[in-house]
Design a protein around this ligand. Structure first.
Ligand SMILES: Nc1ncnc2c1ncn2[C@@H]1O[C@H](COP(=O)(O)OP(=O)(O)OP(=O)(O)O)[C@@H](O)[C@H]1O
Ligand SMILES: O=C(O)[C@@H](O)C(=O)CO
Length: 424
């Protein structure tokens, strides 16, 4: 197998987001859950190793990322892509800086880029400043993120606080002039001792112009946007065939543990459409009540018509803060994740669910692990950043499972119904 791209993603939904952009640009892609202990059997152009390393201690994130790198190198990867969030989720302790630096050291590489730009989802970088939609990052709500509050929109400063390498900027003027101008700017920055260049990008056209300048660079670090410009470097062009998935028939369900604004709107829209939905109360879980058995009994009766049904812990920020105040942030998160993960397993193993949407990065991680899914084949996009995937899954029997992992802030308001209309 000739593996063009070996990718390391710092969370599970972010990994499918990256894989989705590569598939749309024509690559055949497999996403693995963690570092596999054997080679991927399928003939693919890219492998995305999904880690849960965004908010763990930096030393652990480095260790896991290096393990992923070594495995990808053993598969023959020609270029390494470190994928992080399009809102650059990190703290001065990491993990974007420390992981980037460790990968550079391990690859013997003295220069790389960093850009979270993802214009399809409103993330743009201008003069090194990151915007989410019309707002600067630090005015977008991300400044209140419980784990990685982003209070500075200037990515040169943010990255410089996380790395010993000198950080510089390739600004929009160089990007607008095309790959030769970008390469010239890379050379200029290198001669000034810069090791990491933040790159501006305002549109997909910018990312497509940037792509050729990255050919041969051992390490690229970015959100998922930069991926649209890389497949052409390997002679790959867009084709519907890359996103073909096996068809799987069965019942349909949505599990939502994300409390983002977008997911709150999506839950409301699903309920308002008159479909069946069940709310999970974290305090009842904490009181030791058997919420999993109750939810599965409810789903058993509601799924008679095939679904989709929705089971959710999604709540607005006031309600979440109140729960967290009573249980503690970590305990509340862990209890809810475990409960939704056990429900995911029951829905598939007991109730014949074969088309499953999961909302939230941490929630997706817990559900995928409970379903003992080791790898995902990436299919067609539902909304930017969210594709349908096919997973071999023992609990689902021979045909496996169709699953979509939705990042908290992605998707239109009707995502939970429109996903099933878009099943491949
Ligand atoms: N009602 C609730 N009260 C307190 N915590 C909750 C509640 N519902 C969910 N949680 C927890 O909140 C966290 C949500 O994180 P998750 O990563 O799943 O969603 P997200 O942050 O919106 O998604 P993403 O990381 O993709 O942006 C999980 O740990 C989940 O268990
Ligand atoms: O880049 C993004 O915004 C997403 O893929 C993600 O990583 C959300 O957690």
């Amino acid at each position: 197998m000739t593996l063009a791209l070996g990718c390391i993603a710092d969370d599970f939904t972010g990994a499918t987001d990256l894989a989705n952009n590569l598939v749309r640009a024509g690559m055949r892609v497999v996403q693995t859950i963690g570092v596999p202990d054997q080679p991927v059997a399928a003939e693919v152009d890219a492998i995305v190793v999904a880690l849960k390393s965004r908010t763990i201690p930096a030393a652990e994130a480095v260790e896991k990322s290096i393990a992923a790198l070594r495995w990808l190198q053993a598969q023959g990867a020609q270029q390494i892509y470190f994928k992080y969030c399009s809102t650059f989720d990190s703290t001065p302790a990491g993990n974007i800086g420390p992981v980037t630096e460790a990968l550079m050291d391990a690859l013997g590489c003295d220069f790389t880029i960093a850009t979270p730009a993802f214009p399809d989802n409103g993330r743009t970088v201008f003069k090194g400043y990151l915007f989410a939609g019309d707002a600067l990052l630090n005015e977008s709500g991300m400044e209140k993120h419980p784990l990685t509050p982003m209070t500075d929109p200037n990515l040169v400063r943010v990255m410089q606080a996380q790395t010993g390498r000198k950080v510089g900027l390739v600004d929009y003027r160089a990007v607008a002039q095309g790959a030769d101008a970008v390469r010239a700017r890379f050379d200029e920055l290198r001669s000034q001792g810069v090791g990491v260049a933040i790159v501006d990008a305002l549109s997909n056209e910018d990312l497509l112009r940037l792509g050729p300048a990255l050919a041969g660079m051992p390490l690229v670090t970015a959100g998922s946007g930069v991926a649209i410009g890389l497949p052409a470097n390997f002679g790959v062009s867009p084709s519907g065939a890359a996103s073909a998935l096996p068809s799987v028939q069965g019942r349909r369900a949505v599990l939502s543990g994300s409390c983002s604004l977008a997911t709150n709107r999506q839950v409301r829209a699903f309920i308002e459409s008159g479909r069946s939905a069940l709310a999970i109360d974290p305090l009842r879980i904490a009181n030791g009540e058997d919420v999993v058995t109750e939810a599965l009994a409810w789903a058993g009766s509601m799924l008679i018509d095939g679904g989709p049904v929705l089971i959710y812990s999604t709540a607005d920020s006031g309600a979440v803060q109140s729960i967290q105040g009573q249980l503690g942030v970590e305990k509340a998160g862990a209890l809810v994740e475990r409960t939704l993960a056990d429900i995911a397993r029951g829905l598939v193993a007991l109730h014949g669910v074969r088309q499953l949407v999961v909302a939230g990065g941490e929630t997706s991680g817990a559900c995928v692990q409970a379903l003992d899914i080791g790898q995902l084949q990436i299919g067609p996009q539902i909304d930017p950043g969210v594709p349908w995937c096919h997973a071999p899954c023992e609990a689902a029997g021979d045909e496996g499972l169709l699953i979509a992992l939705k990042s908290g802030n992605f998707g239109t308001d009707d995502f939970f119904t429109k996903s099933f209309a878009a099943v491949p």
